[in-house]
Structure formats: C-alpha cells, structure tokens
Design a protein around this ligand. Structure first.
Ligand SMILES: CC(C)(COP(=O)(O)OP(=O)(O)OC[C@H]1O[C@@H](n2cnc3c(N)ncnc32)[C@H](O)[C@@H]1OP(=O)(O)O)[C@@H](O)C(=O)NCCC(=O)NCCS
Length: 473
C-alpha cells in the first residue's frame, strides 16, 4: 500500500513510473530556452502546469461574457479579444454580449439630441433608437474586426476565430412606468438558444448586441446586462461574466468580496448604502444564479487580463456569486481521478508522496475525500481502515500549493477523522517525514513501527524511515 510518506534526502529517489518521468526529474533546462523576460524556464513550466486543471475543468463549458461599451471606449477591446480567442482555443464555448451606452451618448450628442432617463432607464424615442442601432452596428464591426486580426508575432497570430451574430433576441417594450412611456426601451422576452448552441457547436464565438426585435419586427433598445443574463439562463451556461468599470462587489469597507453565496449576495443588496451601479450588477448576478447559472462573476476591465486572472487563479480578481457551497468537501468519485492525479503528481515527482498508479487510484477511490473548488480538485486524502486493530491510516494528504495555508488541510483531516470514527476506528495514524510538525500541532503524537497494524508493519519501508504519528479519535 502506498503511504503518504516521503523519501529522506539521502534515500534513493522513488522508482520512476516511466522513462520520461525519470528524464524530467533529472534533466536540467537548457540555457538556450527562451521564455518571457524575467521568467525562468522552470517557473514558466510550473505556471503552465498550475493552469492545466482549469483548462481540463473548463473545456466544453459555456461562458457568457457581458461587457459595457465603456470597455471599448477605454481602449481595452483588443486585450479582451485576445483573451477570449485564447479561451476559445482551450475549448470553451463563448458568447459575447456588448453594451453601447457611451457610444449611444456620443451619437446623441452628434445629433444634438438630449438623452432622457426615467429611474436610470433610457427613454428610447425614435432618435435615440436610431443612435442605438448605429452605435451597436459600429461596435459589432469593431469587435468582428478585432477578432479578424492575426499579424505574426501578436497574441492573435494563427487564431482564426469565426464570429457569428444574428437576431437571437426577441424583445418586448418595458411599457409605461409611473406614467412615463419608455417607448422603444425594451426587455428580453425570449432568446433563441437553439441557434446560439448550433453556432457554438460549430466552433463559432457568438456575438449578441443589446437590441431585440418584437414578433412584428419592431426594434427595442435593451440593457446589455439583461441580454447577457437572459442568454446565460437560456443556454444554461456554466458562467456569466460581467466585465465592468467596477472592481467587483465591495463590502462596506470597500474591500472586494471574492466569493458570495446567493444568500450573502442578497444581504449585500439590502444594504441601503450600496452604490447604485454595484446594486445594478448584483441584481443581475443574483437573477442569473437563481435561474440556475452556477457562477456569476463581476470583474474589472481596467485590469489587463482580468478574465484570465479570474478564471485561472484560485481566488480570482473580482466577485463570484454562486448558489452552491463553492468549495465542497466530499467523498471522491471515479470522475475525480484525473484531478487527484494532477494534484499529487508533482508531490510524487519530488518524493513527498510515493507514486501511485491510476489503476491503484481507481481501485481505492472510495477511500478518498476531496476538496473541489469551481470544478477543480484542490485537496485530497485517503483513509485505509484496519478494523481488526481499530486503526486507520490517513494517506495521500495533499493540498494544492496555491490553496495552502487557508485551512483546507485541516478540513480534510477532520473529514478523514469523521470517516474513521464512523467506521468504528479508535486511532488514526500517518507515515511522514517532512510534515511532522503539521500533524503534531493537530493532536498526533510520536509512535513506533510496532504500533502499526500487522499488515502495515510488514510493508514498512525501512529505507525511507518515515515517522509514525498517531492520534486518538
Ligand atoms: C501539509 C498540507 C496538507 C497542509 O495543507 P494546508 O491546507 O496548507 O494546511 P492548513 O491551511 O490547514 O495549515 C497551514 C499551516 O500548516 C503549516 N504547514 C504547512 N506545511 C507544513 C509542514 N510540512 N510542516 C509543518 N507545518 C506546515 C503552515 O505553515 C501553516 O501554518 P500557520 O497556520 O501557522 O500559518 C500541505 O502543506 C501539503 O499538501 N503539503 C505537501 C504534501 C504533504 O506534505 N502531505 C503530507 C504527507 S504525510
């Protein structure tokens, strides 16, 4: 049985699982390898590997990205397009919904027409509707043009992105509010999800404008946030991501709240002091979440690459609202094997854990508990019971480096202890060399090889000389 112990510095390295693994472990990186300035080749490789679990988890998933015309006005369109093209190349299905408020304002100003609002909503008269159509048409062309670039030595080289837009949105008038007719300001009535899905399945990026049409062919001016939320809901998208002028949803002290449960989000919305523009986004995020979109994000466009940082960093950079407990601690299933392997492989390679094969993992998967965050496995441990002696071994405890230090190790240990107690075991032991103090701090005490269950004693590796630590349950 593989124990979670590690090789002492002078012990021979664990047997490599394949010739290539041994080559990786011993070869040094050639000095000629060229990486981005200031990044060592090893750091570059390590970084790419940390991103891999997310790429696996997000492949084939559908993300709806809503961004205001403010992003384009701020000159951030090319950066966004580059990141979106990269996400698409990684296998994600992407729908973009653009807004056009500042561009409509510009058009109105050009025509010397005064904007009219009621309760924050534009009153779209004929002149404003013409401006909205013109602004949307121009923005659509700009976005399509940005996706069409492919100069060598730019991030878009070789991208070959195909963008599709169309009449996906059926709208209805908002109508008369407090006696004020909002005219051609509309709300989404229906989304043609089948057509969007069809385009996505043909590897297209779908671009939706904030305009919709009634069954009689009348055009309506819509809010980007309404369109994006409706598209995400209709598609049963995995994520709705708003890229806005805000840094995220902040608390009363101004600090960005990273993860919000639906309940906490609703509480935040009740705060009478919440800024109106924040409440505006939060309402749509809550609406999406309630309608079954598992994750709704709000991130800033002012931060270059914010969508990559939000998706590929454990803590992200903005706010995420979700209707479930984000970080779930649960028993493992066969579907988790890939994620567990990703997590423990580096620890096996540096000798912290003894290598275990996929076959062994498949056999023992019921012994494992895992911590999952947004579809990615961040921690695991296994319990091997020895009922005759009333003992249990905790093996393979690991927490991903980027999530360490936030209590996940503790939570997994508690889970394993609970499982052990439920199985009627009286004591839990671990074999370790480098993590002694972590366990001592958590109630384990030194024990000897003689204290191990008989079957385990026979397998004890005297060359590795792992410490035996035991805890009364
Ligand atoms: C040991 C491990 C599971 C802890 O996970 P974690 O989520 O960081 O743990 P927690 O957040 O609950 O605890 C963090 C604390 O443990 C300490 N700690 C982490 N690794 C430690 C080690 N090897 N020895 C002693 N203390 C350690 C941290 O310094 C931190 O201390 P602090 O709370 O005083 O700041 C994680 O570091 C890991 O996966 N390590 C590599 C694999 C390994 O060694 N597994 C055990 C094999 S027997």
């Amino acid at each position: 049985m593989n124990a979670p112990d590690q090789a002492p510095p002078d012990a021979p390295a664990p047997a490599p699982t394949s010739p290539s693994a041994s080559t990786i472990a011993t070869a040094t990186m050639p000095a000629t390898v060229s990486t981005p300035e200031g990044v060592s080749p090893q750091l570059f490789v390590d970084w790419l590997r940390t991103v891999a679990p997310y790429i696996h988890a997000f492949r084939g998933k559908t993300f709806v990205i809503g961004f205001g015309g403010e992003l384009v006005k701020a000159g951030m369109l090319n950066a966004l397009v580059t990141d979106v093209a990269l996400l698409q190349a990684m296998g994600m299905n992407l729908v973009l919904v653009h807004g056009s408020r500042p561009q409509v304002e510009e058009q109105l100003a050009l025509r010397n027409v005064q904007s009219q609002f009621h309760e924050g909503m534009r009153i779209t008269d004929n002149a404003a509707l013409e401006c909205a159509k013109e602004a949307s048409g121009e923005l659509r062309l700009d976005i399509e043009a940005a996706f069409s670039q492919g100069l060598p030595n730019t991030p878009m080289a070789g991208a070959h992105v195909s963008v599709v837009s169309g009449n996906f949105v059926t709208a209805r008038p908002v109508g008369i509010v407090d006696g004020v007719d909002l005219q051609q300001t509309g709300l989404v009535r229906k989304i043609d999800a089948d057509s969007i899905r069809h385009s996505l399945s043909n590897n297209k990026i779908v671009l939706v404008s904030p305009l919709g049409f009634s069954p009689t062919g009348q055009a309506f001016n819509l809010a980007m946030e309404d369109v994006a939320t409706s598209v995400a809901t209709a598609l049963k998208a995995d994520k709705l991501i708003f890229i806005s002028e805000l840094s995220g949803i902040t608390d009363a002290s101004g600090a960005v709240m990273q993860d919000l449960s639906l309940r906490t989000a609703a509480e935040r919305l009740q705060d009478p002091n919440i800024k109106p523009e924040m409440a505006f986004y939060l309402e749509y995020m809550i609406r999406a979440s309630k309608a079954g979109v598992p994750r709704a994000h709000l991130i800033p466009f002012a931060l270059d690459g914010s969508i990559l940082l939000e998706l590929f960093l454990h803590d992200g950079v903005g706010t995420m609202v979700s209707d479930t407990d984000l970080e779930s601690l649960r028993e493992a299933t066969l579907d988790d094997i890939g994620g567990i392997l990703q997590l423990i492989e580096p620890l096996e390679q540096d000798g912290t854990l003894v290598p275990r094969s996929r076959h062994l993992l498949e056999r023992d998967i019921d012994n494992f508990s895992v911590i999952e965050h947004d579809g990615v496995i961040f921690g695991c441990a296994a319990l091997y019971p020895y009922p005759r002696e009333g003992l249990g071994e905790m093996a393979c405890l690991s927490v991903s480096p980027e999530a360490q230090g936030s209590g996940d190790g503790d939570r997994i240990l508690k889970r394993i202890e609970r499982r052990a107690r439920a199985a009627g075991l009286e004591r839990l032991f671990v074999l370790t060399t480098r993590t002694e103090h972590w366990f001592l701090k958590r109630g384990f005490v030194h024990a000897t090889v003689d204290d191990l269950p008989q079957d385990k004693r026979k397998l004890y590796n005297w060359q590795r000389r792992s410490m035996v630590l035991m805890k009364k349950l």
